[in-house]
Design a protein around this ligand. Structure first.
Ligand SMILES: [Zn+2]
Ligand SMILES: [Zn+2]
Length: 134
Protein backbone atom coordinates (compact mmCIF):
# COMPACT_ATOMS: atom_id res chain seq x y z
CA UNK A 1 0.00 0.00 0.00
CA UNK A 2 1.47 3.32 -1.00
CA UNK A 3 1.55 5.93 1.68
CA UNK A 4 -0.24 8.64 -0.26
CA UNK A 5 -3.11 6.29 -0.99
CA UNK A 6 -3.28 5.01 2.55
CA UNK A 7 -3.88 8.52 3.82
CA UNK A 8 -6.63 8.96 1.31
CA UNK A 9 -8.38 5.69 2.05
CA UNK A 10 -8.39 6.51 5.73
CA UNK A 11 -9.80 9.98 5.22
CA UNK A 12 -13.31 10.86 6.32
CA UNK A 13 -14.00 12.36 2.92
CA UNK A 14 -13.41 9.01 1.25
CA UNK A 15 -15.31 7.00 3.86
CA UNK A 16 -18.33 9.27 3.49
CA UNK A 17 -18.06 9.28 -0.26
CA UNK A 18 -17.87 5.51 -0.38
CA UNK A 19 -20.96 5.07 1.79
CA UNK A 20 -22.91 7.70 -0.13
CA UNK A 21 -21.94 6.10 -3.42
CA UNK A 22 -23.15 2.68 -2.31
CA UNK A 23 -26.38 4.20 -0.99
CA UNK A 24 -26.96 5.94 -4.31
CA UNK A 25 -26.87 2.70 -6.25
CA UNK A 26 -30.26 1.25 -7.13
CA UNK A 27 -28.67 -2.15 -7.55
CA UNK A 28 -26.16 -3.34 -4.99
CA UNK A 29 -24.83 -6.22 -7.02
CA UNK A 30 -21.41 -6.12 -8.58
CA UNK A 31 -21.28 -3.75 -11.55
CA UNK A 32 -19.16 -6.21 -13.47
CA UNK A 33 -20.51 -9.71 -13.08
CA UNK A 34 -24.00 -8.67 -11.91
CA UNK A 35 -24.07 -11.84 -9.86
CA UNK A 36 -22.35 -11.38 -6.58
CA UNK A 37 -23.09 -8.60 -4.11
CA UNK A 38 -20.81 -5.62 -4.48
CA UNK A 39 -18.11 -5.18 -1.90
CA UNK A 40 -15.44 -2.82 -3.09
CA UNK A 41 -15.67 0.69 -4.42
CA UNK A 42 -13.09 0.81 -7.15
CA UNK A 43 -11.67 3.89 -8.86
CA UNK A 44 -11.90 3.54 -12.62
CA UNK A 45 -9.18 6.11 -13.03
CA UNK A 46 -6.54 4.86 -10.69
CA UNK A 47 -5.46 7.11 -7.87
CA UNK A 48 -1.94 8.44 -8.28
CA UNK A 49 0.13 11.03 -6.41
CA UNK A 50 -0.85 13.46 -9.17
CA UNK A 51 -4.60 13.20 -8.80
CA UNK A 52 -5.00 12.25 -5.17
CA UNK A 53 -5.95 15.77 -4.22
CA UNK A 54 -8.40 16.09 -7.06
CA UNK A 55 -11.89 15.25 -5.80
CA UNK A 56 -13.09 15.04 -9.40
CA UNK A 57 -11.08 11.84 -9.54
CA UNK A 58 -11.04 10.56 -6.00
CA UNK A 59 -14.56 11.45 -4.86
CA UNK A 60 -16.41 11.56 -8.14
CA UNK A 61 -19.21 8.99 -8.40
CA UNK A 62 -18.60 8.91 -12.14
CA UNK A 63 -15.17 7.52 -11.44
CA UNK A 64 -16.37 4.87 -9.01
CA UNK A 65 -17.47 1.35 -9.60
CA UNK A 66 -19.04 -1.08 -7.13
CA UNK A 67 -17.60 -4.52 -7.62
CA UNK A 68 -17.28 -7.81 -5.81
CA UNK A 69 -13.98 -9.09 -4.46
CA UNK A 70 -13.39 -11.41 -7.41
CA UNK A 71 -14.01 -8.80 -10.06
CA UNK A 72 -11.86 -6.31 -8.19
CA UNK A 73 -9.00 -8.77 -8.04
CA UNK A 74 -9.35 -9.44 -11.74
CA UNK A 75 -9.32 -5.76 -12.50
CA UNK A 76 -6.07 -5.22 -10.69
CA UNK A 77 -4.46 -8.50 -11.63
CA UNK A 78 -5.03 -7.78 -15.27
CA UNK A 79 -2.70 -4.79 -15.03
CA UNK A 80 -0.14 -5.96 -12.55
CA UNK A 81 1.91 -8.96 -11.78
CA UNK A 82 0.57 -9.83 -8.37
CA UNK A 83 1.67 -12.54 -6.07
CA UNK A 84 -0.86 -15.18 -5.22
CA UNK A 85 -0.38 -14.72 -1.49
CA UNK A 86 -1.80 -11.23 -1.55
CA UNK A 87 -5.20 -9.84 -2.45
CA UNK A 88 -7.09 -6.57 -2.27
CA UNK A 89 -9.32 -5.88 0.68
CA UNK A 90 -12.47 -3.79 0.68
CA UNK A 91 -10.52 -0.56 0.73
CA UNK A 92 -8.25 -1.49 -2.11
CA UNK A 93 -5.33 -2.30 0.14
CA UNK A 94 -3.07 -5.18 -0.63
CA UNK A 95 -3.37 -7.70 2.17
CA UNK A 96 -2.14 -11.19 2.78
CA UNK A 97 -4.22 -13.88 1.21
CA UNK A 98 -3.74 -17.38 2.47
CA UNK A 99 -5.29 -19.61 -0.14
CA UNK A 100 -7.33 -22.57 1.21
CA UNK A 101 -5.12 -24.92 -0.72
CA UNK A 102 -4.23 -24.69 -4.36
CA UNK A 103 -6.61 -22.07 -5.60
CA UNK A 104 -7.44 -22.32 -9.23
CA UNK A 105 -5.15 -19.95 -10.97
CA UNK A 106 -6.98 -19.31 -14.18
CA UNK A 107 -10.21 -17.39 -14.00
CA UNK A 108 -13.32 -18.99 -15.39
CA UNK A 109 -13.85 -17.35 -18.74
CA UNK A 110 -17.57 -16.98 -18.94
CA UNK A 111 -19.00 -14.94 -21.70
CA UNK A 112 -21.36 -12.42 -20.17
CA UNK A 113 -21.99 -10.20 -23.12
CA UNK A 114 -18.56 -9.88 -24.54
CA UNK A 115 -16.47 -8.57 -21.68
CA UNK A 116 -14.43 -11.54 -20.66
CA UNK A 117 -13.58 -13.69 -23.59
CA UNK A 118 -10.77 -11.42 -24.70
CA UNK A 119 -8.89 -12.22 -21.51
CA UNK A 120 -6.58 -14.97 -22.61
CA UNK A 121 -3.44 -15.23 -20.69
CA UNK A 122 -0.87 -17.71 -19.72
CA UNK A 123 0.42 -18.03 -16.24
CA UNK A 124 3.93 -19.02 -15.59
CA UNK A 125 5.50 -19.38 -12.25
CA UNK A 126 8.79 -17.70 -11.55
CA UNK A 127 10.10 -17.68 -8.04
CA UNK A 128 6.72 -17.23 -6.43
CA UNK A 129 5.51 -14.51 -8.77
CA UNK A 130 2.77 -14.99 -11.27
CA UNK A 131 3.60 -13.22 -14.47
CA UNK A 132 0.73 -12.65 -16.80
CA UNK A 133 1.13 -12.15 -20.48
CA UNK A 134 -1.43 -11.57 -23.11
ZN1 LIG B 1 -18.31 -9.30 -9.68
ZN1 LIG C 1 -9.59 -0.99 -7.43
Amino acid sequence: MKEYAEKFYKSDAWKKCRIAFIKSLPDKTCNRCKEKPGKIVHHKEEITPLNINNPMVTLNFENLEYVCQDCHNKEHHSNLAVREDVMFDSDGNLVKNIPPHKKQRCFPLRDRGGGLQKIHRSHTREGGTIKESR
